[in-house]
Write a protein that binds this ligand. Structure first.
Ligand code: NI
Length: 186
């Protein structure tokens, strides 16, 4: 089932999400719905707060970036209760978008290498290193469960330049090619 994606301005996007365990009701169906919602919106990642659930869960399918990095071809993963243990290297800029911000892209600086501990759908624990675009997508989605959105990471000057755009997202006057739920829908 395709779920409405929460637009910027909804308080759920500002909240630090909580951990879950295997008794979380309807988890398998929720994950299935998140995949369907993400693919329907042509996204490469979707975090649970973006569908209105403040839990530490996100899904990523980085295969559209296969051309940039061959090892992303099979990068399709569910991350539950993740913790980024380490971020290393010189910050680099990458043009990011976010399904909660239709029609907006901004360059965001992040470190290129991370180590993350997480659980999969079976609640098996993994610890892995990622770099480049894979690390980038994980960092973006991880921010969501920490209550941070990508425009929090751009300069105040840049944010001022997109103020009207952000207001139109809050108000729900922006156009999106997928189903959304806006903070202040009139
Ligand atoms: Ni996002």
């Amino acid at each position: 089932m395709i779920l409405p994606i929460v637009g910027y301005g909804d308080p759920v996007l500002k909240k630090k999400a909580g951990e879950i365990d295997s008794s979380y009701p309807g988890l398998k169906e929720l994950i299935d719905n998140m995949w369907e919602t993400m693919y329907n919106a042509s996204g490469v990642g979707l975090a649970a707060p973006q569908i209105g659930k403040s839990i530490r869960l996100f899904v990523i399918d980085a295969s559209p970036f296969e051309e940039e990095d061959n090892k992303l071809k099979d990068f399709k993963k569910v991350f539950i209760n993740p913790v980024i243990i380490e971020e290393r290297g010189q910050e680099w800029y990458f043009n990011e978008g976010c399904l909660s911000f239709p029609d907006l892209r901004e360059d965001v600086a992040r470190r290129p290498r991370i180590r993350i501990r997480y659980q999969d759908e079976e609640f098996k624990i993994f610890e892995q290193d990622y770099d480049g675009i894979a690390a980038r997508i994980i960092q973006h989605e991880y921010d969501h469960i920490e209550g941070i959105v990508f425009v929090d990471r751009i300069t105040p000057l840049k944010r001022r330049l997109i103020k009207n755009k952000l207001t139109s997202i809050v108000k729900g006057t922006v156009k999106a090619s997928y189903k959304m739920r806006f903070a202040r829908n009139t």
